[in-house]
Design a protein. Structure first.
Length: 377
C-alpha cells in the first residue's frame, strides 16, 4: 500500500489492489470521509485532495462533493467526450443553440488542432502535457493554437465547475496573449481592377462586399425585399436591410439571424453603385423573396459555401491582391472611417457591438503627410 499524507494531515491517498487510487480526508466537523470515486493515478487523487483542502479552508466545502457526470463517467471521460457533451449544453448570448458554423468550428479544433489530447481522459491531462502540445502548435499555426487553447481552457473550466477535475491545468501564463497580424485590405486601385474584370453576378457581389462591407453570408442571403430606393435632395440611394445570413452545415445552406442584435441593420450604398445594383435587379425575379444571387437563374437555392472561391481567386490575382474575400470588409470599413463618422455610425453600418471590434477592421491609409499638412499648432 502506498500512502501520501498532506502537510496538515487533512487526508491521504492510497493505492488499492485494483490499481486505482482511493482518497480519504477529514471534513471540517472532524468526520473521517472516503471519496465515493476512485482515481486512475496518484496525481489525480492528490489534485482532488488539494481541491477539497482549498474548499475547506475557504469555507465552501459541502458534504457531497462527489463529481456528478450528467451521463458521463468523470473517472474516464476523455477530452473529446467532454467537448461533445459541452456542445450540447452550450447556448448563444441569446439563449439559443449555437449556430452550425460555431459548433463545427469547435468540433474542428478538437479533431484537428487538439487531436493529440482529444482521446486522453481529462483527469490525466496535465499542464506539462498541454505545454508539450502547445509549443509546436504555436510554431506552426499560432492563431489556431491560441483558439484551440482558449477552447481547451473553457472545457476544463466547465469540468472543474462540475467537480469532474480538481484543478484546471490550463494556467499557462499569457497563453492567450498572441495577437495575429491583421489581414491586409485591397487598395482602391485594386478594387477598381477587380470590378473592371469581374463578370456578373460576381461583380455585383464585389460591390456589396467592397462598398457595404457585407459578410459573405449576408450577401448571398440578400433578397429583392431587402432592397429599397431612398430619394434625398434629388439623389437616389439604394438602402439595404440586413436581418439574415446564410450559413452552411455540411454543405446544406441554412438561413439564420445574425449572431448579435447589432448585425440587424439598415445602410445606404454609395451613390456610385446605384445604377449597377438597379441593373442587376432587372436580371432576377420580381418576387419579393427572390434571391439576388441564386445558384441558377430563378432558382431558390443559395450559392454553395465555396462557390465564391474560384471567382475570388481569379479576380484577386488580376488585381495583384492575395487576401481573403472577407478583406473587402476591412476595405469598406477603412474607406468609411475616412469620412469621419461617429463611433456609433461606424458600429451600426458594419454591425459591430463595440468600437474595439469596429476598429479592428480599419487599416492605415498612408495619409500621414496629408494629415500633417492640415495640422495647426
Amino acid at each position: 500500500m502506498t500512502t501520501t499524507r498532506s502537510k496538515r494531515g487533512l487526508g491521504s491517498v492510497r493505492k488499492l489492489p485494483s490499481g486505482l487510487w482511493q482518497l480519504r480526508y477529514t471534513d471540517p466537523n472532524g468526520t473521517r470521509r472516503t471519496a465515493r470515486t476512485t482515481f486512475k493515478t496518484k496525481a489525480t487523487a492528490e489534485l482532488e485532495l488539494t481541491r477539497i483542502r482549498q474548499a475547506i479552508e475557504s469555507g465552501t466545502w459541502q458534504a457531497d462533493q462527489t463529481p456528478q457526470s450528467g451521463g458521463l463517467d468523470p473517472k474516464s471521460v476523455t477530452l473529446k467526450e467532454l467537448a461533445d457533451h459541452w456542445r450540447t449544453q452550450r447556448v448563444s448570448s441569446k439563449g439559443r443553440p449555437l449556430s452550425p458554423n460555431t459548433l463545427n468550428e469547435y468540433q474542428r479544433l478538437i479533431e484537428s488542432t487538439l487531436k493529440g489530447l482529444s482521446n486522453k481522459p481529462i483527469r490525466s491531462i496535465t499542464r506539462a502535457q498541454i505545454e508539450d502540445w502547445r509549443v509546436p502548435q504555436m510554431a506552426e499555426a499560432p492563431n489556431q493554437a491560441v483558439k484551440a487553447y482558449k477552447h481547451l481552457k473553457t472545457l476544463m473550466t466547465f469540468a472543474q465547475k462540475r467537480h469532474w477535475i480538481a484543478l484546471n491545468p490550463c494556467d499557462i501564463e499569457r497563453a492567450t496573449a498572441y495577437t495575429p497580424n491583421e489581414p491586409e485590405a485591397p487598395t482602391s486601385k485594386q478594387i477598381q481592377i477587380m470590378l473592371e474584370n469581374a463578370s456578373e453576378p460576381f461583380r455585383t457581389i464585389l460591390i456589396f462586399g467592397a462598398y457595404a462591407g457585407l459578410r459573405k453570408g449576408e450577401i448571398l442571403e440578400l433578397r429583392r425585399k431587402d432592397i429599397s430606393i431612398i430619394k434625398e435632395s434629388g439623389d437616389k440611394f439604394i438602402q439595404l436591410s440586413i436581418s439574415r445570413a446564410v450559413i452552411w452545415d455540411k454543405g446544406e445552406a441554412i438561413v439564420s439571424e445574425p449572431k448579435t442584435q447589432a448585425g440587424i441593420r439598415s445602410l445606404l450604398m454609395p451613390l456610385e453603385t446605384t445604377e449597377d445594383i438597379l441593373k442587376h435587379l432587372k436580371s432576377i425575379s420580381i418576387s419579393p423573396e427572390a434571391l439576388l444571387f441564386p445558384r441558377r437563374p430563378d432558382s431558390e437555392e443559395h450559392w454553395g459555401e465555396y462557390q465564391i472561391k474560384p471567382h475570388w481567386e481569379k479576380i484577386r490575382a488580376l488585381a495583384g491582391f492575395k487576401g481573403r474575400f472577407h478583406s473587402l470588409r476591412a476595405y469598406a470599413s477603412t474607406e468609411f472611417a475616412k469620412l469621419n463618422p461617429t463611433d456609433r455610425e461606424l458600429m451600426e453600418r458594419f454591425g459591430h457591438r463595440n468600437i474595439i471590434t469596429a476598429q479592428k477592421y480599419q487599416r492605415t491609409t498612408g495619409r500621414e503627410a496629408q494629415l500633417l499638412r492640415s495640422q495647426t499648432y
